[in-house]
Design a protein around this ligand. Structure first.
Ligand SMILES: Cc1cc2nc3c(=O)[nH]c(=O)nc-3n(C[C@H](O)[C@H](O)[C@H](O)COP(=O)(O)OP(=O)(O)OC[C@H]3O[C@@H](n4cnc5c(N)ncnc54)[C@H](O)[C@@H]3O)c2cc1C
Length: 482
């Protein structure tokens, strides 16, 4: 009788200790691991999933379909970040999406989604005075991280475009999809992200997420990062307010520092334990609100079928006005369609379409298995109905459809409530203060709305990797940079 195979040891040949253990391989985790290794530190990157990338991921399905999850668009700053902290080759595949489309009861228009075109549309289409447009751009451009956070985005819009809900929608809807923010967040969470996009437009990655993450993995290995997938970090050990090590898949591994790319709340409450923190800090942690989550519908176009160029990104809505509650409602009125034409993956002749909607975890979390299946089916069918307007005969063009919900995102990334963009603004301070609570404990990953999205997460990874490097150098002043 043959014996069942022994379970694989995902920590085989692990080193006896590391300078840094990075928990999680989202864009912040991978970028920080890469930088720390380049700076000469011994780095272990532990990811519970079988793939790297976190939310920056993809999946394949029978029939040659490849679906991207979060590759809808990012600001051009990603070119510099990829070049500086990854490689010239990796950065060279960032390309612009030229045709962004809006279609809703208030307006239908196409835009290249940059400052020149937005200025033109605001003046010609919406009749806003040049001085007002210029002043609005100047104000948002000047916003930064250290600003007063009293003004909300709603107040910002009231100030420049009073009562103009059509303009609010034009300016806000894409940012809601880009970082989950609403009109009632601090205006800087809008201003920083909006200005990043307005700089030069919206960009994507030629080759798809699969190509990007595979190239990043090669670079991580080249720089000496010890990458371990299927590795769940269960505990961060702390003694005398100082990091001692971690427990991964039941095994203790000593380390001098931990950089957690796991959710900030999970990092504090579950992985470390509240007892290690000052009560005042824990109070702040309890006040951190999670951001909302998403639903997506993935549609694979049959081999040989085509989709006409109807836009790269399409913000479609049947709601009368921009309204956060409606955007989050399970009764969907707004959908963002991403069209992936063959140019995205040169050498293939395949198309796919992904529809994204913002969503609340609680609307999906407590359904029975039967209700859950039913509601997912409904989500897929109503999405096809909505898409029919832009791609007539869509049902005959596809041979694959499936959907994900906030529960899916929670399952794959372990974020509480499947949050797509980390936390609301207050999470940023808690994340920044973490190393002041525990020596050697750092967090980088989607928080505070600003530090989310591909660019925000990767850049935050750089900031925190530099802080971790500084900490390690204080412990070993003789360390030579590689
Ligand atoms: C549907 C959707 C669409 C999006 N679209 C865009 C877009 O078009 N443009 C854009 O810029 N951004 C987009 N985003 C957001 C963007 O993908 C994320 O903000 C970004 O990728 C998050 O990176 P991160 O570093 O914060 O980590 P995450 O991607 O959240 O990764 C965290 C990683 O840590 C791992 N982990 C957690 N806990 C543990 C543990 N205990 N042990 C081991 N591993 C652990 C997880 O498995 C995961 O791999 C989208 C997000 C979603 C959900």
């Amino acid at each position: 009788m043959s014996k069942p195979p022994l379970p694989r040891d995902w920590l085989k040949d692990i080193q006896s200790a590391y300078d840094t253990v990075v928990i999680g391989s989202g864009l912040a985790g991978m970028t920080s691991a890469n930088l720390l290794a380049k700076l000469g530190h011994k780095v272990l990157l532990a990811e519970h999933h079988y793939n790297l990338g976190g939310m920056a991921t993809w999946f394949k399905r029978k029939g040659g379909h490849i679906m991207d999850i979060s590759l809808h668009g990012f600001p051009c700053g990603m070119i510099k970040t990829l070049r500086k902290y990854w490689s010239q080759d990796i950065s060279s595949r960032v390309i612009q999406l030229k045709n962004v489309r809006f279609d809703n009861p208030q307006f239908s228009l196409n835009t290249s989604f940059d400052k020149v075109d937005f200025t033109h549309i605001l003046r010609e289409r919406f009749g806003i005075l040049k001085e007002v447009v210029d002043e609005f751009f100047h104000t948002t451009r000047a916003m930064n991280f250290y600003d007063d956070v009293v003004m909300t985005t709603r107040e910002l819009f009231e100030k420049y475009f009073p009562g103009r809900t059509d303009v609010w929608r034009f300016l806000m809807e894409p940012i809601t999809y880009a970082n989950g923010s609403t009109l009632d967040e601090p205006a800087i969470t809008y201003g920083i992200v909006f200005s990043n996009f307005m700089d030069k437009g919206v960009y994507t990655y030629q080759g798809g997420t699969d190509y990007l993450i595979k190239e990043m993995k090669k670079e991580l290995l080249r720089n000496g990062v010890d990458i371990r997938t299927h590795c769940m970090v269960e505990k961060i050990y702390v003694e005398d307010k100082t990091v001692q090590g971690v427990r991964i898949n039941g095994q203790d591994i000593p380390c001098k520092s931990v950089l957690s790319n796991s959710n900030i709340i999970t990092t504090i409450e579950q992985l470390t334990g509240e007892e290690h923190f000052d009560p005042e800090y824990i109070k702040e942690v309890k006040d951190v609100r999670l951001n909302d989550s998403s639903c997506q519908v993935y549609m694979g176009i049959k081999k040989g079928e085509t989709v006409p160029h109807v836009g790269d990104l399409l913000f479609s809505s049947v709601a009368d006005e921009y309204c956060t509650d409606k955007i989050l409602s399970k009764d969907i009125t707004s959908r963002t369609f991403s069209f992936y034409y063959p140019e995205i993956r040169p050498g293939t002749d395949r198309y796919s379409i992904v529809s994204s909607t913002n969503a609340r975890y609680k609307d999906w979390a407590n359904l029975s298995e039967k209700e859950y299946r039913h509601d997912k089916h409904d989500l897929e069918q109503t999405t096809l109905d909505a898409l029919e307007k832009y791609v007539p005969g869509i049902r005959n063009k596809i041979d694959h459809i499936e959907s994900s919900t906030p529960k899916t995102f929670k399952h794959y990334t372990l974020h509480p409530s499947g949050t797509s963009f980390g936390t609301k603004f207050e999470g940023l301070k808690v994340s920044r203060d973490l190393p002041n609570q525990i020596n050697g404990l750092f967090h980088a990953g989607s928080v505070g709305i600003i530090m989310s999205g591909w660019l925000g997460a990767a850049n935050y990874g750089v900031i925190v990797a530099n802080e971790t490097d500084k900490f390690l150098r204080q412990l070993s002043p003789s360390l030579v940079t590689a």
